[in-house]
Write a protein that binds this ligand. Sequence first.
Ligand SMILES: NC(=O)c1ccc[n+]([C@@H]2O[C@H](COP(=O)([O-])OP(=O)(O)OC[C@H]3O[C@@H](n4cnc5c(N)ncnc54)[C@H](OP(=O)(O)O)[C@@H]3O)[C@@H](O)[C@H]2O)c1
Length: 250
Amino acid sequence: MKIGILGVGHLAEYLVRGARGAEFVLAPRSAEKAARLAAAYGCTVADSNQAVVDQCDRVLVCLPAAEGLAILQGLRFRAGQSVCSAMAGAGLAPLRAAVAPAAGFCSMMPGFANAFSAGPSLLYPADAEWAAFLAQCGPVHQLDSAEAFETAAVFGAMSGASIFLLRHLTQWYERQGLQPDLARQLVAQTFRGNAEVLLQADASLDAIAKGVTTPGGITEQLVASLNADGALAAWDSAMDAVLSRMVPGR
Ligand SMILES: NC(=O)c1ccc[n+]([C@@H]2O[C@H](COP(=O)([O-])OP(=O)(O)OC[C@H]3O[C@@H](n4cnc5c(N)ncnc54)[C@H](OP(=O)(O)O)[C@@H]3O)[C@@H](O)[C@H]2O)c1
């Protein structure tokens, strides 16, 4: 599978690291990073963005969200090509208009987790070849409605914010005197363990929450304190705001 990448920044590097079965042709602009990825993963570096498009039937767009569509509008695509955008908030219709007569698809992913093939990724609309590519970087969810994709895509921000939460909790333990390595492992293993519960337990979320909350115990106390400060409800308004930014009007 040969994939051209426009925008060789953080996300591009994560996906190159995760998708070991693909052959990548990289845009030259971020020369140092492109050269490093070429040396480490056998990628080819093209002479220009247009050369990437000319050499590849499949093009992955990891350009800055604010300028990405304008950059695509300046390139010539051909019929039979397929373009998948990972740019936050780039809607399917504007993407397809920018890359016509190529086909267009939208995706979203956490980024760094994809380097460890732990994804997950979203794909809209469904496409067997892009799904096979993304599957190298973790589980893939193919969506069949714009509304479901837009809603689910907020997880790109949720994922990044969860790293800040994990860092925040780790730093609390460090301030109490725990060794940084132990603090980091404790936080990461706790969240990984609870993620496994959600994936594996045959129980509703309400039942799981009840099961881990001893009446009058320390979980009940911590959750009550967080709720008194609006800490959990703040996620709702913050995610609403991200959705409205990515999809004006929602
Ligand atoms: N980071 C993530 O984990 C993540 C996850 C999901 C989705 N995304 C999406 O992925 C996209 C890229 O994010 P990022 O975090 O990887 O940003 P980034 O690290 O800034 O990478 C963007 C890259 O695009 C390059 N670029 C800018 N203008 C260009 C042009 N005209 N032609 C070719 N390359 C150009 C930039 O080069 P310069 O540095 O020289 O400007 C930079 O290397 C964004 O749309 C974001 O919404 C990111």
